[in-house]
Design a protein around this ligand. Structure first.
Ligand code: F6P
Length: 402
């Protein structure tokens, strides 16, 4: 048989490592002939836009480059499959594509929305008596998937966030004046990535002095009071704020004009700038806002070695679980211990993960809702460990391109 693999949702610095894991393991299985990549997620299957990866990802150099290339080399999508009882058409096209290319298993690397596709497609295939297996490989910088300790892609994004904040701290402390620097961090509905900035404490930093997450309602008046207190203590104050903080009426995320994606999500971004203007008006000190934006999910030059290793392993395990007869399943990471850091990977029912967002735990947020407790540190710490050597050309990192 042949297999197909696709990437879906927001890219990460580790999603190509998971693709590599699927490809490398499939090459080892004698009963798997060709590995097809589907362009733009499930849309590539529906439109029959596939590429034979056996000839394009074949050398050790290809493998090394693919693993350290950020973003999704196969492209991505935010396409939601309809319920097959209501609209069977895309499913019929998917089955036609699978039959045409003799595809016996489909691997979908993605987050909670992509697991919706894994669930719906596997159920449809079972309902028509098809033997094609569908497996999910987790990824997301948001780290908001239930049932898994963490998600591939998160550790690298967290390493970038911590590293960048560290540099911002140095830059923002040069002048002998009071200042506020607001750093806006991705994560949509979950504050995991913003919360990971607490790791800087381990290196003796007091910053970020304030951390605001979507898991608590954000109050502007309290924010201004928090800032005044921190300015009195530290003079140069750093704030880590999640793009998805829950703001009161009157403030928006700047999302209103954006077109929601197939899963109804709007594009966030801009809350930091709004807070900057509020601080300027109400405190009047020097203020800057920095929106990390897509940089935090494509910064492969500072990827976490642990993350890339686990991302690749998740792809490998997905192929193994498929060979053992699993379908409609996602590979999860189960943490065995923090120190020494040990994990196991196993298949679980993807319906436990689809369409749900796992919030950052309330027990790790302080009572005031403006910081993260030290108890979260052992969770985050192992995920950002290790650096990955990358190839440079003319002083610029080299990326794998299809
Ligand atoms: O996939 C997660 C994520 O990166 C979120 O952190 C962010 O809110 C969203 O995707 C951005 O979506 P898009 O890639 O469509 O801009």
């Amino acid at each position: 048989m042949n297999i197909a693999v696709a990437q879906s949702g927001g890219p990460t610095a580790a999603i190509n490592a998971s693709l590599l894991g699927v490809i490398k393991e499939a090459y080892e299985v004698p009963s798997i002939n060709k590995v097809f990549g589907s362009y733009n997620g499930i849309e590539g299957i529906i439109k029959d836009q596939l590429i034979n990866l056996n000839s394009t990802v074949s050398t050790k150099e290809d493998f090394d480059l693919l693993a350290t290339t950020p973003s999704s080399v196969l492209g991505s999508c935010r396409y939601k499959l309809p319920d097959y009882e209501i609209d069977e058409e895309p499913y019929i096209k998917i089955v036609e594509c699978f039959e045409k290319h003799d595809i016996g298993a489909f691997f979908y690397i993605g987050g909670n929305d992509s697991m919706d596709t894994v669930v719906k497609l596997s159920r449809y295939l079972e309902s028509i008596g098809s033997k094609v297996a569908v497996l999910g490989v987790p990824k997301t910088i948001d780290n908001d998937l239930f049932e898994t300790d963490h998600t591939p892609g998160f550790g690298s994004a967290a390493k970038y966030v911590v590293t960048t904040l560290n540099e911002i701290i140095r830059d923002s402390s040069v002048y002998d004046l009071d200042s506020v620097t607001i750093v806006e961090i991705m994560g949509r509905h979950a504050g995991w990535l913003t919360a990971s900035s607490c790791l800087l404490r381990l290196n003796g930093e007091t910053a970020p002095h304030l951390i605001y997450l979507p898991e608590r309602v954000f109050n502007v008046d309290n924010f201004i009071e928090d800032l005044k207190e921190e300015i009195a203590k530290h003079h140069q104050v750093i704030v880590a704020v999640s793009e998805g903080i829950r703001v009161a009426k009157g403030m928006t995320y700047g999302e209103a004009a954006e077109r929601p994606d197939g899963f109804g999500h709007v594009t966030l971004g801009g809350i930091g700038k709004q807070l900057e203007n509020i601080v300027k008006a109400r405190i009047g000190c020097k203020v800057r806002s920095v929106e990390l934006n897509v940089l935090q999910r494509c910064a492969s030059h500072i990827a976490s070695k642990t993350d890339l290793f686990e991302a690749e392993k998740a792809g490998v395990v997905a192929v193994r679980e498929m060979m053992m007869g699993h379908t409609g399943a996602m590979i999860r990471i189960r943490r065995i211990s923090d120190s020494p850091y040990r994990i196991a990977m196993e298949a679980i029912d993807a319906s436990k993960v689809a369409n749900k967002d796992k919030p950052f735990p309330q027990m790790w947020i302080n009572d005031e809702g403006n910081n993260v407790l030290d108890e979260a540190i052992p969770y985050f710490l192992p995920l950002i460990q290790g650096e990955v050597p990358i190839k440079y050309e003319n002083g610029i990192p080299v990326h794998f391109k299809l």
